[in-house]
Design a protein around this ligand. Structure first.
Ligand code: HEC
Length: 170
């Protein structure tokens, strides 16, 4: 094997090893299409707007959410839905932060065909990003990195209960 081929092979191993850190922490939510669609503050707004939208009247955490995601697509991420695993539907409504282990809830970016997934392991919130088709698209850094999710979902303690930031809105 030539030196260049070896270098490419080494690079490949390096990247596949480092991409382990980029993987979603929570499993793909099988059967998500049948999960319960919840009305929340954000789904009532209807969509995550683009970067030139005036969101100054929204709570700080929503402003930061728009700032983080408005640029992932021209015009913003677009239409959203919040889907909750039927097994944790009442726990979601109660907002105790005590959710059963496994994939629990989804922020569905409908126009982007992307699922932001929060799940639990040992009672601790974990994060993942998947295409609707199940492709793991969590990134090593930036807006689609699990640590980015965690920073916001745990940073607003008065807003989020153990990783759950939304609430049922009538
Ligand atoms: C800058 C803040 C911020 C970041 C970053 C963020 N979120 Fe959220 N997220 C929110 C807010 C606020 C809501 C509640 C929206 C609503 O009213 O439904 C939310 C809602 C959700 C929901 C619906 C369930 C719930 O918590 O009520 C999921 C699932 C979710 N986010 C997953 C993720 C994942 C996965 C990432 C990273 C890829 C992420 N979020 C990044 C702020 C953020």
């Amino acid at each position: 094997m030539g030196k260049i081929k070896l270098a490419i092979l080494a690079l490949g191993i390096f990247f596949s090893a480092s991409s382990a850190y980029a993987a979603s922490e929570v499993a793909f939510p099988e059967g998500w299409q049948k999960w319960n669609s919840i009305s929340t503050t954000l789904t009532k707004i209807g969509a995550l707007p683009g970067c030139d939208a005036d969101v100054s009247t929204l709570p700080q955490i929503y402003q930061e959410t728009v700032a983080t995601y408005c640029g992932v697509r021209k015009g913003g991420p677009g239409k959203v839905a919040v889907l909750v695993n039927p097994a944790v539907k009442s726990a979601y409504a109660a907002r105790t932060g005590k959710l059963a282990d496994g994939p629990a809830m989804i922020l569905h970016l409908k126009d982007m065909k992307v699922l932001f997934v929060t799940g639990y392991k040992g009672g601790k919130a974990q994060y993942g990003v998947y295409g609707e088709d199940g492709k793991d698209i969590a990134a090593a850094s930036g807006p689609l990195n699990a640590d980015t999710c965690r920073t916001c979902h745990t940073g607003y303690t008065s807003f989020c209960a153990n990783g759950q930031c939304g609430k049922v809105s009538k």
